[in-house]
Structures are given as C-alpha cells and as structure tokens.
Design a protein around this ligand. Structure first.
Ligand SMILES: O=C(O)C(=O)C[C@]1(C(=O)O)C=C[C@@H](O)C=C1
Length: 674
C-alpha cells in the first residue's frame, strides 16, 4: 500500500486550493462589478434581487451536495458572499473609496469589527480607534476621519444613551447602520483554564450584558474590573501574561491578541445584537433602490397628547416606526428629545409627507439622516426592523403584555383573540404557520452524538433541535444527563446547524443559566404543576414549551400555562404528550382531543410529542400524522443516531431514515433536487 502523504505535503496542497478559491472570489467580484455597471445604467433594475438569490442559493446547495460537501454549509457561505456582493454594488454606485473611519476602542473591539463588516466592500479603508465616543465625533469634525461609527443600542442592555446626545450635534448626518451579533467570550492566555481565573476585566456594557455569569463568578470569590473597552481588556490580559486573568470580549479580540476562548457565550442572552450608526459630516446620496430607514429627533410642547399627535400622523400614513427613544434635552431642563426611526427614506413620498405633517405637531423636528439598510441575518423583530422581501404576510401577533393585574384566567383564554404565533430565532409556531418539526435525542450523550443529531435533524427538515441535559428520571440510578456541559455542546451543535434548541429545565435556580444557552425551556410532564418553576420561567426571556402532565386535565394544563403568562412571558407553547389511562399497550394514551380543545380554548400554539405517547418507534409516525391532522402546530419527536444503544428512551426514538420519512409524509422535508 502506498504511503499516505505527510502533513506538509497536504498543507501545500491545501494552500494551492485556497489560492484557487480566493482567485475564484476575485473573479466573481469582477463580474459583480460589471453587474453594478449594468445596474448603474438601468435604474429600473433592483440592486438586491431576492428571487435571483433564492435560486442561486438552492443551486449552490444542490451542487455542493452532489460534490459531497454539506449543502447547508455551502449555502451559509454563499449568503455571506451575496451580502458582500450587494454592498459591493452599492459602494460602486456611490463611488466611495479610501475612507478613514473613526470608532471608539482599540483594534479587535466590537466597534472595530462592526466597522470592518460595514466597510468591507469599500477599497482602501483606514481605521482610527479613539478613547471615547466623543473622540470619534471630534475626529470627524476635525477632518481626521470621513465617517464615525458609534453603537446606539444593544438588544440586552438597551440604548447607549450618551451616543444619542452626540448625534444631535449640528453638522452631523447619519448615513448608514450596521447590526453586529455580539458574542461575548471569556478570553484567557493559551493553556489557561476557567477554573483558575481570579480576575475578569471588561467594558461596563459587557458587565451588564454578562451580569449572570459575572455574579456567579464573584459569588465564588472572583474580581471583576471595569475597563475602557472589551478589546482593551483582552490586550491587557495578553500583555500581563498572567493565566489567572481573563477578559470578556469578542472572538476578533481573541484572534487579535493571541488569546484562547475559555468559554463562549457568557452573555445573559444568547441572541445579543448591537446596532451601530455611521455618521458623516455631509449627507450622502444613496441608491434609492435599496430599502431605507430615516432617523428623526423632535421635541413637543408639554401638554396632554402632544407626542401622541405626532405618532398618530405616522400611524395614519402607515409609516412604521422602528424606534422611539427619549433623552433629556441638553439645553432645556425637563424637556425631552424624542428619537424616532422610521421605515422608508425621505425620497419616498409617504415618508416625506408624513414627516412634514408631523412637524406641525412639534416644537422642533430634524431629520438626522435617511440611509440604506442591508438585510442581515438578525432577529429583525428584536431590532425593530420589519421582515421584508420574504413575501410572508404578518400573521397574528403575540397577545398584549399583561399591563394590568391579570384577573382569573384571562391571559391564556382565547376570548376572541387571534392565534398567537411564537417566534423563536426566526422559527414561527402557531396560527396558520406550517407545522414545525422539532427533533433530536432524548438526552445529550456526547459531543459526537449531538452534532450528528443536529445535522440529521436539519437535513430532515427539522427546524429545532431537542435534547435533554437535566433528566428527571423515574429511578435515581438512570442516566441523569450531562448538565451544563451537555448544554454547551448542544448550543454549539444548534448554532452550527442554524437550529434553535429546546431543553428541559427541572430546577428554578437553573432557569436563568439555561436560558442563556437554550432558546426554548421545556417544562416536563412531571413538573407541569411545579409552580415555583412555572413562576421562574414566567420571568424568563426564553420561550417555554409546557408539556401536559401525565395525569393532568386540560384545565390544569391551561392553568399551568397561566402561571407562565402571568409572570410576563407570553411565549408559551403547549405540548400534549399522552396521559395515563387504564390502557397499558402504549406508554401513554395520546389524547388528541386535547389538541382540538386547547386550540379552541386558547390562542397559544399547541404541539404534540408522539414519542412519549407511543413508547415504541414503529407507532410514532402514525400518531404524528394524526396529530397534524387534528390541528397540531408542530411535533416534537425523539430520534437518535443509534436508538438501540440510546441512554434513555431508545425504544421510542426514531432512526434517521424514519425521521426523514416522517418529515416527507408531513410535508416539511426539504425539496429534493430534480
Ligand atoms: O444577479 C444580480 O442581479 C446581481 O446583482 C448579482 C448577485 C450575485 O452576487 O450573484 C448580487 C445581488 C443580487 O441580490 C443577486 C445576485
């Protein structure tokens, strides 16, 4: 047998392939540049063409699969390529080049990363870090920079109020926005370990966003230092060379300062985004074919309904507001300035007319900027940007927040309300949405098992990954789950495959920590009436999947949901999983009538777990299809890479082939290439 090539030979072969890949990207960019020229000559052509992108992505998916490359991986890469392509074309239309961009912080900080994303399509950009937000504005005003990029809001910590005060300075124009997914990581020296860290340094904003992790760290004797910026803290750790020190910063900072990620995702919320604004000293002409946003600042007289009158104008003109923020006026005590963001640009008549009409109800009104927004993969609702271009009509919204003390059983009752659609990282469950398949193993058993499961679930057409990390078992000797270690693996597996994750929480004290990594908190059948647990998940930002207790009536099940809703958490999904009857042939008796009744009595989504009802895998598909026929909004199904050797619930877990077939039968499997 010939010797296999050595590592250095393989690496030089890889180098050659990488060169070809980069050359192909350059060739693509040249063609995109020609496309931009065609579009410059014909103003009727859209810069972004969602239909073309869709067909291109599915072709790439098919080509990749045929070549033995994961189709999802290839299409994710292509999404990035297309995003860059749209920006590249926009820049070619505007003629921007050689910009100097000021941001607050040192290299590798989030503002620097956001700036690099935003200006990636511009040739010859230089970056200038300043020590304060005001310093970035000064650089702009003093002619040392052409743009300043400033963070204005974060989806966990809220508005960055000091920046709003800077935006109203005369002579500044908002010319763009950038949204960055912020993933706070704990960084330390290579070889350092989490257990030996004694001091953690980071920016006050990150301290707020990671308060749960840091409180726990302090509780165990650790010290937290407030630093000027996240990447600065990372730099200090690298320079100190002390393995007991760590910083909370982004992945870019780790790369920049040669640090290792000791723990990913230490923020309170898994989905953590920061919105940045790009400011210039002159207004810019933007390509009007791109979707726009407009930012205003205004003040009103004191008096009842003054602000409402302004808002009414936009409501009547059907101009959507994506932001309303108030700040004290820098000049007049006890007067407020209101910052508003609107969907649409001032070149659109509806927007321009509405602004003019609104002005009549204000004491002062100024347009801070009208600028293009690039569609990004962000939870658009969370950022106040309406989903666009996907053709999906907005469906029934979640119910109003419980602003009044709930009277007896009102929140969950239908009372003529439309169905609530619960949205979980882009997956919509409820109402008239197509049924959602949630699948995965009963328990997370190992890294390989959960990664293989995530991939198989995604390939089958599943939209969420299930997996237990904290297992309530009948016998104390049975496998109890891998706990937080398993959760971290599952989080990563879900992320890599674009699947939100569902996991059970069994103890009230774990709710916050689990919700940092999981998208949906499952309340198991045994805990359906654990009222302290229900109250705790009622306070959580994560969605809740509430299984019906094995001996609970529908009334008791709905009353349990009421606990969660009354706590302020409106994102409740009911799950029927079978009840105890005299029948012992199946593990539980699947009560499909509860789906019909619950759908009539509440506005909440109702899904079905056929696995725990059946107890045997060969019975699962029939029950699953019956559940959909009865009106279930989705299924949560157990499936395992090797069901016969599963550590829990093996007999009722489907194989991948069975899962694929079920997905096809209920019509959620991805379309197969012709
Ligand atoms: O085909 C076009 O119209 C292009 O602009 C090219 C391209 C691409 O890079 O392939 C870029 C943006 C569009 O949204 C679709 C496709």
């Amino acid at each position: 047998m010939p010797d296999s090539p050595d590592l250095s030979t393989l690496r030089s072969d890889l180098d050659a392939v990488d060169r070809k890949l980069v050359e192909a990207l350059a060739e693509r960019q040249r063609l995109v540049s020609d496309v931009a020229a065609v579009k410059a000559a014909d103003g009727a052509l859209p810069i972004q063409d969602p239909d073309r992108e869709q067909s291109l992505l599915s072709r790439v998916h098919q080509l990749a699969e045929a070549a033995g490359v994961d189709g999802y991986f290839a299409s994710q890469l292509y999404r990035q390529i297309l995003r860059h392509s749209v920006r590249y074309q926009a820049v070619r239309q505007s003629g921007e080049a050689g910009l100097r961009v000021a941001y607050q912080g040192v290299e590798g900080c989030y503002s620097h990363s956001a700036a690099r994303h935003h200006f990636a399509a511009v040739d010859g950009v230089g970056y200038l870090g300043t020590s304060t937000f005001g310093g970035a504005i000064e650089a702009l005003k003093g002619g040392k920079a052409d743009r300043a990029l400033l963070p204005v809001e974060n989806t966990t910590a809220g508005p960055i109020s000091g920046v709003y005060d800077l935006l109203v300075e005369p002579g500044l124009h908002i010319v763009g926005e950038e949204v960055l997914k912020v993933e706070h990581c704990l960084l330390g020296l290579p070889g350092a370990s989490l257990g030996h860290v004694e001091r953690i340094g980071t920016h006050p904003q990150a301290i707020r966003q990671c308060s749960l992790f840091l409180d726990d760290f302090k509780h165990h004797g650790g010290h937290v230092d407030s630093e000027d910026d996240t990447a600065g803290a990372a730099k200090a750790v690298a320079e100190a060379g002390d393995p007991t020190r760590a910083a909370i910063a982004g992945e870019d900072a780790a790369e920049h300062y040669g640090l290792e990620i000791l723990k990913r995702n230490v923020a309170n919320r898994k989905d953590n985004f920061t919105r940045f604004l790009i400011v210039a000293a002159e207004p810019l002409a933007h390509d009007q074919r791109l979707p726009h946003k407009t930012s205003l600042v205004l003040s009103t007289e004191h008096g009842p309904g003054k602000l409402a009158a302004v808002l009414q104008v936009f409501a009547e003109a059907e101009v959507n507001l994506t932001k309303l923020e108030s700040r004290p006026s820098p000049t007049t005590p006890f007067e407020s300035l209101f910052y508003l963001d609107l969907e649409g640009g001032t070149h659109e008549d509806a927007v321009a007319d509405a602004i003019e009409a609104a002005e009549a109800h204000t004491k002062s009104l100024r347009v801070l900027g009208s600028y293009p927004v690039f569609r990004a993969e962000t939870p658009r609702a969370a950022l106040g940007v309406a989903a666009s271009g996907d053709g999906a009509a907005p469906r029934a919204k979640a119910t109003a927040p419980p602003s009044v003390k709930p009277s007896r059983r009102t929140l969950g009752d239908r009372q003529g309300r439309p169905d609530t659609v619960v949205e979980i990282a882009g997956v919509r469950i409820g109402g008239d949405e197509p049924p959602v398949l949630i699948a995965g193993p009963c328990s997370v058993e190992s890294r390989d098992q959960i990664f293989e499961s995530a991939r198989a679930v995604r390939e089958a057409g599943g939209l969420m990954l299930r997996g237990g990390c904290f297992k309530p078992r009948t016998l104390p000797y049975d496998f109890q789950g891998l706990g937080f270690e398993g959760l971290a693996m599952m989080h990563e597996a879900g992320r890599q495959n674009g699947l939100p994750i569902v996991t059970e929480v069994v103890h009230p004290k774990d709710v916050e920590a689990i919700a940092r990594e999981a998208d949906v908190l499952q309340i198991g059948a045994r805990n359906m009436q654990n009222f302290e647990l229900l109250k705790e998940v009622g306070k959580s930002h994560a969605a809740v999947l509430l299984k019906r207790g094995m001996s609970s009536s529908i009334d008791e099940w709905l009353a349990a949901a009421e606990y969660v809703l009354a706590g302020g958490n409106e994102r409740v999904i009911l799950c029927e999983r079978g009840i105890r009857t005299f029948e012992t042939a199946t593990r539980n008796t699947l009560d499909l009538s509860s789906v019909v009744v619950a759908r009539e009595r509440t506005h909440l989504p109702v899904i079905v777990d056929p696995s725990h009802a059946a107890g045997l895998r060969r019975w699962v598909p029939a029950l699953a299809k019956a559940a959909i026929a009865a009106g279930a909004h989705g299924l949560i199904v157990e499936a395992h890479p090797d069901p016969d050797h599963a550590l829990s619930d093996g007999p009722q877990s489907l194989t991948w082939d069975q899962l694929n077939e079920l997905a096809r039968e209920i019509g959620v499997a991805p379309a197969v290439a012709a």
